[in-house]
Design a protein around this ligand. Structure first.
Ligand code: HAM
Length: 431
């Protein structure tokens, strides 16, 4: 039996997922973002109305099926529509907090051509913030995305920024773009010829036509913005400047989902392992989606990270191995000592330490080799003498220090050492 094409098992990389998820929880807490969990499948209509019939994500890539009760169901291809549905269905708009921010971590499903950094089931971390049309919220969302990559040590990273403006600017731009492209339509790829009618903005980020002259000379969304929309964008830029977050204006950035208005942004890495899939995060403002899905008019802005891409970029930076997978490996010399290890392990586990050890009488060399396979930080050794003395010899595999202490003291010694390390890590991360 083999896994379906475009999916993967997470085994060796699980430590990276834990590290990323831990950092996500730390950063979202600082920005007062609550967690939300919504279903992995929704009624298909949600995505058709929310994300847009003519987007690739919904038009070409959904896992859509009729369930046994005859319902039209779609596995979620992205997280925003589901969170907006939950926001409306649970009347979260009626809560007294004017601005509400929600985050989620979980699988999304898109029937795409699998390649490096592109899968059919992938994990995302997303944030959706509701209730303010102020550019401060756009900037704060970009800041959160940026700080997350920074805390993970991902460099180099470029924030791409653009604005599509509100409905009026968007419609005016669409018209200008169509006028510009019309005489050259036959030179564009078949997909873009269809997009010309259905979703002309997408022609700008088509991979096939990317180098076509007519794309390079296309009008820029920023040039068509109304006065009000331009002011909004300028304020977003000013706020980012004041936060010292570097960005570059990207006139071709339009994003592939229909709901965006005003600010759109992407965080890209130049990490070569990711090739064309170097966009770690994409997001933007979507001021009309809540209303379009039946809720009260509510401005909103958010973003989504692809965790697999984030982890490829993280691995490329991580020169030292991740945290040890085991705190303590308990080794024994002789059958009597082996029996004593279970009680010592219980004492250590009671203090929240992650502990494992030998289950047979083996040479010390074989046990140290095992402890290395587990990347154990400490080896606790019990031999004949230690059994007599109720003591244990603790070997710190990182510093090579060795001490013998009473078994009752072992956990405290180890925890103290681990706490010293943790304090150092937090200082380095600035987290
Ligand atoms: P998106 O750009 O379609 O935006 O996806 C977000 C991120 O998911 C991408 O930047 C990329 O890192 C990752 N991703 C997308 N497709 C795949 C794939 N097939 N395999 C692996 N990773 C992938 C959204 O989904 C919006 N909902 C983001 C958002 C939230 N906008 C506002 N709020």
């Amino acid at each position: 039996m083999q896994k379906p094409k475009g999916t993967f098992d997470i085994i060796e990389d699980i430590g990276y997922y834990h590290l990323v998820e831990k950092t996500i929880r730390k950063m979202t807490r600082r920005f007062n973002v609550e967690e939300i969990r919504t279903p992995h499948f929704e009624m298909s209509e949600l995505f058709h109305r929310g994300v847009g019939e003519d987007t690739d994500v919904v038009g070409k890539e959904t896992y859509r099926f009729e369930d046994r009760g005859g319902r039209d169901i779609t596995l979620r291809p992205e997280g925003t529509a589901g969170v907006v549905r939950a926001f409306i269905e649970n009347k979260l708009y009626a809560r007294p907090q004017k601005v509400q921010k929600y985050y989620y971590v979980g699988s999304m499903f898109r029937y795409e051509r699998p390649q490096k950094g592109r899968f059919r089931e992938f994990n995302t971390f997303g944030v959706e913030a509701f209730g303010s049309a102020h550019p401060k919220l756009d900037a704060e969302m970009i800041e959160l995305a940026y700080r997350l990559t920074h805390a993970l040590g991902i460099q180099p990273l470029v924030v791409h920024l653009n604005s599509l403006g509100d409905s009026e600017s968007k419609a005016a731009y669409k018209k200008q773009l169509q006028t510009h492209l019309k005489p050259h339509l036959e030179h564009l790829c078949a997909d873009c010829q269809t997009r010309f009618q259905t979703n002309p903005l997408r022609i700008l980020d088509c991979k096939v036509d990317a180098h076509h002259e007519v794309i390079h000379s296309a009008p820029k969304p920023l040039d068509v913005l109304t006065e009000e929309d331009r002011t909004h964008f300028e304020l977003v830029c000013q706020q980012l400047d004041s936060l010292n977050i570097p960005y570059q204006i990207d006139n071709r950035l339009v994003r592939g989902l229909d709901y965006y208005t005003h600010t759109v942004f992407e965080l890209k890495t130049t990490e070569s392992l990711l090739g064309q899939q170097n966009t770690l995060c994409g997001g933007g403002r979507y001021n009309h989606l809540v209303e379009a899905l039946g809720g009260p008019s509510t401005p909103a802005v958010g973003f989504g990270f692809g965790l697999e891409r984030l982890i490829v970029a993280l691995k490329a930076q991580q020169s030292t191995p991740l945290e040890s997978t085991l705190d303590v490996y308990v080794a024994a010399l002789g059958e009597e000592a082996l029996q004593a290890t279970l009680a010592l392990s219980a004492r250590l586990r009671k203090q929240q330490l992650k502990v494992d050890g030998s289950f047979e009488t083996q040479s010390l060399k074989a046990q140290f080799k095992q402890s290395d396979h587990y990347h154990a930080r400490f080896v606790c050794l019990i031999g004949e003498e230690e059994v007599k003395q109720q003591s244990v010899t603790i070997k710190d595999q990182k510093t090579k220090e060795e001490v013998t202490v009473k078994q009752a003291q072992a956990a405290f010694y180890i925890i103290e050492k681990l706490t010293e390390d943790q304090t150092c890590v937090d200082c380095e991360e600035g987290v």
